[in-house]
Design a binder for this molecule. Structure first.
Ligand code: HEC
Length: 494
């Protein structure tokens, strides 16, 4: 090689052949086609929530206390960037997840009827909390009376959307980012069955009659209906709009009073309703499981339902809010909201004889309160900063909100539901993010997440606001009370 060429080669090393590097160093754990294996899936959809610096840091340094080692020894900064860019790009061959793949993935640990139909613990089974610990992918089960942990188990990688309970509270169903649906028997504290329904999943819903689970995917663009009993697939819906455009699913919901599932779609201006029962509000007999399409003026992907599921309050990506009458299948009002309302975290209560709905705002420090008959905004309550959650309970005069997306992320504000004023605040751990409140079944205690590694669940007396318990947790992103969820408390999301 001429001397000049040698010098040039030393200055500019050959660019990384990312595909080859992946095949050699990553495929054994993440799968040859990046669909996951012992490690998580590494498709662009899988990595959507990972910021660029976070992705580079994982590749360079790995993740402590996991099988994921860092590659700083083999790759320089440019190599890390090239590998990251390759992971962000779609694979040459479009990934597929067929009915056969799905069927082959299903595991039945305990067939229905094989375990005792009574709890193996003495705690009130209706006052249990499930806490999703995102840090190391675990779920804790808390006794809501004693405020103690009674069990902890490993979940699939990155649970998505809240866990959903069967109506009797015995079973809880989880969806994971990479498409796993898990059925857990809470009375026996053991997994009952699992199946992988897709490669990237948003969330799931469980029918009020306990027979069906519907999972909404973004990859492939499908809805998967499962028999709740053993997670056997019953039907796969391709999600396409009237003009044939394929769409990702943003979320699926159980509209219990209508005996139907409602499906929010991310890429097309439609809402789907899939009846699973014969309730009068649902489709005529014989139409069960056939989607009824409600055409919208624009894509709506953040939803709130009134308690009877007569209306959807929806927000578009630019924050425009509107009300859809579900029976009529059309828009009946616009909502005067600004910023980026987070309707999905809304709650309702009766104030001075009128039902009101309140929701936080992802871009502005305020809670909007809307009259549920006139659809007018009755108050805008100024808060410390943009927040994510709002929670209350039938038995407490207060609603609690966070300011998670602001410098005051460590403090929750307590709002009086009658005066609509902020009356108090709590700071569980100064400087550390506090958010997501859920009440015990009687509304006596409010449980707050310190949502960080080495975080905690902190329980407050909901009347005196005094701390009564603190339970260490690894990034507890959400907690779910069996009673409040199965009775569809108006103070929490369903
Ligand atoms: C020995 C198995 C193993 C090998 C080899 C491996 N990983 Fe991982 N990787 C894992 C595990 C397990 C995790 C999940 C860690 C956790 O719990 O956060 C992970 C996590 C990741 C994540 C973070 C994913 C997310 O959504 O948070 C990325 C990115 C990643 N690996 C990329 C790679 C790349 C690229 C290679 C090859 C250069 C590689 N890994 C090699 C096991 C492995």
């Amino acid at each position: 090689m001429p001397r000049a060429a040698v010098a040039a080669a030393q200055e500019t090393p050959a660019p990384l052949d990312a595909a080859a590097f992946y095949g050699q160093h990553c495929a054994a754990c993440h799968g040859a086609a990046r669909l996951g294996g012992m490690g998580p899936a590494l498709l662009p959809e899988s990595l959507e929530r990972l910021r660029p610096q976070e992705l580079a840091a994982v590749l360079r340094d790995g993740r402590p206390a996991t099988q994921m080692a860092g590659f700083a020894g083999q790759l320089d900064a440019a190599g890390i960037d090239a590998l990251a860019a390759w992971l962000r790009a779609a694979p040459a061959a479009a990934p597929d997840w067929s009915a056969a793949d799905m069927a082959a993935s299903r595991i039945v640990y305990h067939p229905a009827g094989s375990l005792p139909a009574r709890p193996v613990f003495s705690a009130d089974p209706a006052n249990l909390f499930l806490v999703v610990e995102a840090g190391s992918h675990h779920v804790s089960v808390l006794d809501g009376d004693k405020l103690e942990r009674i069990y902890r188990f490993r979940s699939r990688f990155a649970l998505h959307g809240g866990p959903k309970f069967s109506h009797d509270g015995r079973y809880v169903f989880f969806a994971s980012r990479d498409g796993w649906v898990s059925k857990f028997d809470l009375w026996n504290l053991t997994l009952a069955a699992e199946i992988r329904v897709g490669l990237n999943t948003r969330n799931l819903a469980v029918s009020d009659d306990g027979k069906w689970v519907l999972a909404g995917n973004t990859l492939p663009q499908t809805l998967v209906l499962l028999h709740a009993e053993d997670l056997a697939p019953a039907r796969v819906y391709d999600v396409r709009g009237a003009d044939g455009t394929a769409s990702r699913v943003s979320a699926v919901y159980d509209a219990a009073p209508r005996a139907s599932f409602i499906v929010a779609l991310r890429d097309i201006p439609e809402v789907w309703e899939i009846p699973y029962g014969a309730a009068p509000a649902a489709a005529p007999p014989g139409r069960a499981f056939t989607p009824r399409v409600i055409a919208l003026g624009e894509v709506l992907d953040d939803f709130f339902f009134d308690q009877r599921y007569l209306h959807i309050l929806g927000a578009s990506r630019n924050g425009h809010g509107q009300v859809i009458d579900l029976a009529q299948g059309r828009k009946v009002a616009d909502l005067a909201l600004s910023g980026m309302p987070h309707l999905g975290s809304g709650i309702t209560w009766v104030r001075r004889g009128r039902e009101v709905m309140a929701s936080p705002n992802l871009k502005q420090g305020r809670i909007s309160v809307i009259d549920m008959q006139s659809w007018q905004t009755v108050a805008e309550i100024a808060t410390n900063g943009p927040g994510f959650f709002l929670r209350s309970h039938e038995n407490t005069p207060y609603a609690w909100t966070d300011a998670m997306m602001s410098p005051r992320r460590d403090t929750l504000q307590v709002i009086d539901k009658d005066s609509l004023r902020v009356v108090a605040s709590v700071t569980p751990s100064p400087g550390r993010t506090a958010a997501h409140v859920e009440f015990t079944r009687d509304g006596r205690y409010a449980l707050v997440s310190v949502m960080e590694q080495d975080g905690a669940i902190v329980a407050y007396d909901a009347a005196t606001l005094r701390e009564v318990a603190r339970i260490p947790m690894d990034k507890p992103v959400g907690k779910y009370n069996v009673f409040n969820k199965t009775t569809r408390s108006s103070g929490t999301s369903h």
